[in-house]
Design a protein around this ligand. Structure first.
Ligand code: MN
Length: 397
């Protein structure tokens, strides 16, 4: 016990330098809060953003980072002009992100960007042997086998940031047995108790009104359609090497239990806390250590009840679609993810109804050419092709 403690203390005295991919998003901002709270333990070294120049500039100055990347190349001059008088390197474009995460001055790469854009930087960080704090579930959905293969040939390791997967990861610490079953909890989103017909016609505001978690728009819409749970089921399959049939979704509206693991003797371990993403983000930085956190602690004297139910796949067809997609395997989960990203965008753009999201995804999966063991190039092609198909379905409508 003592030696573990002193080992951990030694680990914690070495300052960790962090690259935050997607620093202006919800996860990125919360990660910076943690870095700000523990300036002796962590340092923000690289920040990247898609197009939010003003917040990226503000963060870069505040944390005196080494380098920033603005993915949108047309915005390069805005950022470079604003940071001109500071000693901060400014880059643009996706390729810059890939090369920066590999630099020697990075220990942890937090992948908190939205969607498929996470695939290449995540692979680059893995090949460079970095700790990947994985907050970008779409990478594993689209390219799970490629990512897991890359991990086998590298000194890199993934620490999940998604709250459910962080919970499962925590439940498995110190465990010598493989899980028999993973119980993946779901809040159920804003439409848990709505009628099927009402869900189909839900407005943007209603879909963005998540009862438990404050998150970015993409994941909030995914939570409303419950595609988020479908993506997370596939994420869990890859991270914990279990069959989709071993992953059972459990609706748990209070979001206190963040997921559970069942072993063959029937024993279940669970991880509980009040819902706050700063906990799994912080754990991904400090693992195998833990640090104080600001989150409100659970008080069992006031915690009235925890409820559980089965998800309704008739009301939320995206759950069924995700199980079917991972069953088909190959490039199909990638196509599903691409179609979903398009559909969410179109819904937020007022171009389609909420009910059409799942229809577009299903139609895209039916249309795309099947590739059984896709290479990275074939995954990139599938993503492009699936987006094309999804948009064609809308224009033909
Ligand atoms: Mn989650």
């Amino acid at each position: 016990q003592l030696s573990i403690l002193s080992f951990n203390q030694k680990m914690m005295t070495m300052k960790k330098r962090v690259a935050i991919l997607g620093s202006t998003g919800s996860i990125g901002c919360q990660a910076l809060e943690i870095i700000e709270r523990y300036p002796n333990l962590f340092e923000a070294e690289v920040l990247t953003a898609n197009n939010n120049t003003s917040l990226l500039i503000e963060q870069a100055i505040k944390f005196n980072v080494n380098a920033v990347v603005i993915a949108d190349e047309s915005k390069y001059s805005i950022v470079s002009n604003a940071l001109d008088k500071y000693d901060i390197k400014v880059f643009c474009g996706i390729e810059s992100i890939e090369s920066l995460v590999c630099s020697d001055n990075i220990d942890i790469v937090l992948t908190a960007m939205v969607g498929f854009s996470g695939v290449k930087p995540t692979l680059a960080a893995i090949k460079a042997g970095k700790r990947v704090a994985l907050a970008n579930k779409e990478t594993l959905v689209a390219a799970g086998s490629i990512v897991m293969n890359a991990l086998k040939n590298s000194s890199s390791h993934i620490i999940p940031v998604d709250s459910e997967h962080s919970a499962i990861f925590q439940c498995l610490q110190g465990e010598y047995n493989l899980p028999d079953k993973i119980l993946l909890t779901a809040s159920g989103g804003p439409f848990l108790n709505w009628d099927k017909d009402k869900i189909r016609e839900a407005s943007i505001e209603e879909a963005l009104n998540h009862p438990k978690w404050s998150m970015g728009k993409k994941v909030t819409i995914d939570s409303a359609s419950m595609m988020n749970k479908g993506l997370e089921m596939i994420e869990a399959k890859w991270l914990f090497d279990v069959a989709p049939s071993q992953i059972e979704m459990v609706v748990h509206p209070q979001s206190i239990i963040h997921s559970m693991v069942q072993f063959k003797d029937g024993s279940i371990t669970a991880q509980l806390s009040n819902p706050d993403m700063r906990l799994p983000i912080q754990y991904s930085f400090t693992y195998p250590n833990r640090l104080d956190s600001h989150i409100k602690k659970i008080d069992f004297k006031t915690l009235m009840e925890l409820n559980f139910s089965k998800p309704d796949t008739d009301k939320f067809p995206c759950i069924r679609i995700a199980y079917e997609a991972i069953e088909m395997g190959g490039n199909i989960p990638c196509a599903m993810n691409a179609a979903n990203e398009c559909a969410v965008e179109l819904f937020l753009d007022n171009s389609i109804t909420f009910g059409e999201i799942s229809k577009i995804i299903e139609q895209t999966i039916k249309t795309i050419d099947f590739v059984k063991e896709p290479s990275l190039e074939e995954i990139l092609l599938t993503d492009k092709e699936a987006r094309k198909i999804a948009y064609q379905i809308i224009t033909k409508k």
